[in-house]
Design a protein around this ligand. Sequence first.
Ligand SMILES: [Zn+2]
Length: 249
Amino acid sequence: MKLKMKKKKVNYSEVLSPNFSRRNKKIKYIIIHYTGTKSLIETLNIFKDKSSQVSCHWLISKRGKLYKIVDEENIAWHAGTSFWKGENNLNDSSIGIELDNIGHGIHYKTFSNIQMKVLEKLLNILIKKYNIKKQNVLGHSDIAPDRKLDPGELFNWSRLEKKNLAYYPEIKKYKYRNIFFKLGDKNIEIKIIKKKLNKIGYKCSQNNCFDTGLKLVVEAFQRRFLPEKINGIIDSKVYSRIIHVSKNT
Ligand SMILES: [Zn+2]
C-alpha cells in the first residue's frame, strides 16, 4: 500500500492491532517513541496481542520498513498517562510513531539513517495532512517525564528541525552565569524556571522547591533540547536553554 502526498510516496505494510478506541478529538500532536524491545517481531507480536493493551499508528523498522498498526482516525494506545500544555491523555489527540530500537541500557544505539529518512517522509505527510504545529511534534519523555525516556538523547531532533519537522531552536551562546540549582534546593528563581518549563508544555508544580518532579522534567528537557549531558541539574547552560526554548512556544 502507498501513502501519498503530492510527489511524496511512502510504501507500507499493514499489521493491524486490536488495541484502539474511537477518536472524538482533533489530531493536534505527533508523539515519537522507541519500542524498547529486542526485535521487530517482538514488537509486532505485542501490538497484535489484545491483552498487551498497547499499540501505535505507525512503526518504522531499523531498515526503514513502515508498518501501519492502527488507522489514524482511531485512537492508538501509545502514550499512557501523559500531559502537555494543560492537556491530559495525549492519546486522544495524537498520532503515535514507534521506532524500532532496543532503548536505554548498554545496547542503546542511535537511530539508523534509513529509519530517520522514512520518519521524515511520514512526518512531512502527517504534518501537512493534519496541519500540525512543529512545536507539537514531541517525544514520549516530554509528555510522561516521570515514566518514560524515549526516544531519548540519541534521537536527532536537530535533524528534524532542519527539515521543519520539529521544534529544536539552534543552540545559542549561554548568556546567564552563576546559576546552579539541584534536587532539594529552594529558591524563588526555581518557581520562575518552573513557569518557563510549564510554558514550553512540561508538567511542573508551581512552587519554589526543586522536587523530584522537577528533576525528572529537567532530565526530559535535556534529552530533548540539550542532549549532551543528562543530569537533572539546572546550571547556566540549562537555564539559558530553557529561556531560549520557552520564547517560541
Ligand atoms: Zn514510548
